[in-house]
Design a binder for this molecule. Structure first.
Ligand code: G1P
Length: 296
């Protein structure tokens, strides 16, 4: 029997320099995707998969994150007094969403180091890691499928996406073997951001992981890798090579994913999500068609 998952860890300590000057005084995780900060989609996803205990790994300049998931008395009272139930509901929703915890990363030593900062909070339990740059459409559940695979195999599980060869240099890339499940592969090799043309496959890790507590021991001795940073990918490779760990499996995601990691993808994500919204799509769709038709 595997231990049930209850905890999610969300690394959110990055400086977000790709979005300067927007991120000079505001965390990139607070950038709105339509009308909701990017980070709220990710917390909603964790909660949707039954993970109500959320630990965020933050850093300097991240106070807005804590404020967003905390009560806002003045605002709530003002909306209450006005009788604006609709807006009050929106304000209260993010407060009540999850049981939020925070720890600072301290030194910016990489994703592996950020995850290691969760050790005290997580203890000897399995946990999920969700990276904020990826938004997974709630209609295409990924994390719950990964949890199922973890429970069945008692193994570490990562999310994989087949990407064009021109994009593999931006991801951790896996060498895989098929399993009897059409959407599950066994990972035999991993390389963090391989140079263009040198990727072992098109299977890129997207930012969802189900990890066993053994990862902490591995991260404690993982040497700095790509970019001089402690890479989660390197720690996962060690587990993949260690039979006694249960191995590492990949769930191949074929659903809708929105990348908010760079400016162009961020703009696309907003448009894609907005056209699907009941309150905005009706007006946005015809406008977009006309706008696109007039582009040269
Ligand atoms: C991180 C990981 C990488 C993974 C990616 C997914 O990189 O190191 O292995 O493929 O997230 O988004 P980052 O994008 O934080 O540089």
């Amino acid at each position: 029997m595997t231990t049930a998952l209850t905890k999610a860890v969300i690394p959110a300590a990055g400086l977000g320099t790709r979005f300067l000057p927007a991120t000079k005084a505001m965390p990139k995780e607070m950038l709105p995707v339509v009308d909701k900060p990017a980070i709220q989609y990710v917390v909603e996803e964790a909660v949707g998969a039954g993970l109500h205990d959320v630990l965020m790994i933050t850093g300097r300049n991240k106070a807005a994150l804590e404020n967003h998931f905390d009560r806002m008395y003045e605002l709530e009272q003002t909306l209450e007094a006005k009788g604006d139930r609709e807006k009050l509901r929106k304000v209260e929703y993010s407060t009540d969403l999850a049981d939020m915890h925070y720890v600072r990363q301290g030194d910016p030593l990489g994703l592996g180091h950020a995850v290691l900062r969760a050790k005290m909070h997580v203890g000897r339990e399995p946990f999920a890691v969700l990276l904020g740059d990826d938004i997974i459409d709630p209609r295409d559940p990924l994390l719950s499928r990964m949890t199922e695979v973890y429970e069945r195999r008692d193994a570490t599980v990562v999310a994989l996406l087949e990407v064009p060869a021109s994009q593999t240099h931006m991801y951790g890339v896996a060498t895989v073997e098929e399993t009897e499940d059409d959407d599950v592969v066994r990972i035999t090799g991993l390389v963090e951001k391989p140079p263009q043309g040198e990727a072992p496959s098109n299977y890129a890790i997207i930012g969802r992981y189900v990890l066993k507590p053994e990862i902490f021991e591995v991260l404690e001795h993982t040497a700095p890798g790509k970019g001089g940073e402690i890479q989660l990918t390197d720690a996962l490779l060690e587990l993949a090579n260690d039979e006694s760990s249960g191995g590492v499996y990949g769930v191949v995601f074929r659903g809708r994913r929105y990348d908010t990691g760079d400016r162009l993808d961020y703009i696309k994500a907003i448009v894609q999500l907005a056209v699907e919204r009941e309150d905005l799509g009706v007006d946005l769709r015809p406008w977009l068609r006309e706008f696109a038709a007039n582009l040269d």
